[in-house]
Write a protein that binds this ligand. Structure first.
Ligand code: FAD
Length: 417
């Protein structure tokens, strides 16, 4: 059976193994020449690609353990965010923030710096307190801020380069509830009041269809305890699906169709436990690039990219998604130089995306952006060195942890060999 990522843009011929215990996993790693570990395969870059062996931890036995002070929990690394957050909720606990879907594995989400939105809320990688790792030698070891400290610092955003995580200690918070509000707003109005809006709401994001003058604004705020909502998604995708399929056949209609679609009323309200409100169903496959911009350059850069798309009437069918993420101190995190504005550009998976992304990437790079590691980018090793002061230390830790390069694949070799 061949492996493919969520969007279908990356396929791999490697044999797929599903170990059920850490001993079985260790034996697989010892005997492998080259291998990659995969979670839910939600990355757009070929991070999990391998022509030899692909390991998936979904079948590994393991249980969650909550610390006596209820501030951290040790979680099997292959658990999905969905499974983990449901289990935490049953114990009266939660993750402080989540992204907009939840099928990803905990280890996979942390390995790429997956994030949600919130000025004071860091990426999921910032929640990691320690990792149990099966290294390239097949030995399991624990690392945290005090034990194997350099390995821990690198592993906080690891891209799967330092070993296979089997258990992760994660910081958790008391369970909370969220009220979601979705509405259509004029872009000019949101642009004007954006800073104020970010101060008013715990979470704020918006989607901007490049050919429309309106955006879809989504806010999440704390609310009183209540039951989960009847719907598992923030927005219905049926009309959008029809429009995308017309655009795929007749791309020149994209601007007009987008303006027409945004004429309709768009609004939504849901409330429930946080882990049932953060994620939504995303049933339409897309390809994605995301750049994390210095926060002060975010809105201006978004307008520049949108202006370029409008001037050329380009068939960019999906909206841009705009979020903010708190600063962190993780070696390879694009958030490590300060708070960022995360700008995601998507294209329907059935339509060409590479040339569009390449032109937009030049604008994002020109304005000081650094890419999300899981999403489309064209960085090379010289770029990584120029953009990340800790890149050489990260690569040195990788070489010490995996001298034969078992965990390198062709993509990662170009960045971190
Ligand atoms: C529909 C959709 C929505 C998304 N929403 C968001 C979002 O809101 N915010 C955001 O920031 N990103 C988002 N992403 C990106 C996504 O969160 C990342 O690609 C994430 O890495 C996916 O997790 P995964 O389990 O699928 O990992 P994979 O893509 O399977 O793997 C990612 C990396 O993790 C490594 N890895 C996996 N398991 C282990 C392990 N046990 N030990 C060591 N390394 C491991 C892999 O080797 C690889 O390098 C989205 C992607 C999609 C397709």
């Amino acid at each position: 059976m061949s492996w493919s990522n969520w969007s279908g843009s990356v396929t791999a011929s490697g044999q797929i193994a599903r170990p059920q215990s850490e001993d079985e996993l260790a034996a697989l790693v010892r005997s492998a020449h080259k291998l990659r570990v995969t979670g839910a395969g939600h990355s757009f870059m070929p991070l999990c690609e391998s022509g030899e062996l692909i390991i998936n931890l979904e079948d590994m036995a393991g249980t969650m353990r909550i610390a006596a002070d209820r501030r951290t929990a040790n979680i099997p690394a292959g658990w999905s965010i969905r499974r983990l957050t449901a289990a935490l909720y049953n114990e009266g606990l939660a993750l402080a923030n989540q992204g907009d879907v939840n099928p990803q594995s905990l280890a996979g989400a942390m390995a790429t710096g997956t994030h949600g939105t919130g000025t004071d809320l860091g990426s999921l990688s910032t929640f990691a307190r320690g990792f149990r790792l099966v290294g390239a030698d097949g030995e399991a070891r624990w690392c945290d801020a005090a034990t194997h400290a350099d390995l821990f610092q690198a592993q906080r955003l690891s891209l799967g380069l330092f070993g296979i995580a089997t258990e992760i200690e994660v910081s958790v918070v008391p369970a909370f509830h969220l009220a979601e509000r979705i509405e259509k707003r004029r872009w000019a109005e949101v642009r004007e009041s954006y800073e104020e809006l970010t101060r008013q709401h715990r979470h704020i994001e918006f989607w901007f269809f490049p050919h429309s003058d309106h955006v879809i604004l989504k806010t999440l705020d704390l609310c009183d305890p209540c039951d989960p909502p009847p719907s598992t998604t923030d927005m219905e995708e049926a009309v959008f699906r029809r429009i995308l399929n017309i655009s795929a056949r007749l791309p020149f209609l994209t601007p007009a169709l987008q303006r027409l679609m945004m004429k309709s009323g768009i609004s939504g309200r849901r409330r429930g436990p946080a882990h049932s409100i953060f994620p939504s169903d995303r049933t339409l496959r897309f390809e994605e690039m995301e750049y994390e911009m210095p926060r002060s350059a975010g809105l201006e850069t978004l307008e520049e990219v949108v202006g370029w798309i409008r001037r050329r009437s380009l068939p960019v069918t999906f909206p841009f998604e705009y979020r903010v993420v708190a600063a962190d101190d993780i070696w390879m995190s694009p958030m490590n130089a300060g708070q960022v504005a995360a700008i995601s550009m998507h294209q329907y998976a059935k339509m060409p995306w590479a040339a569009l992304f390449a032109s937009a990437e030049a604008i994002f790079r020109g304005a000081g952006g650094r890419p999300h590691w899981a999403k489309r980018h064209t960085l090379n090793r010289a770029d990584v060195t120029a953009l990340y002061p800790m890149a050489s230390r990260y690569t040195a830790v990788r070489r010490a942890a995996d001298p034969e390069g078992k965990f390198l694949n062709p993509h990662l070799e170009t960045l971190f060999a």
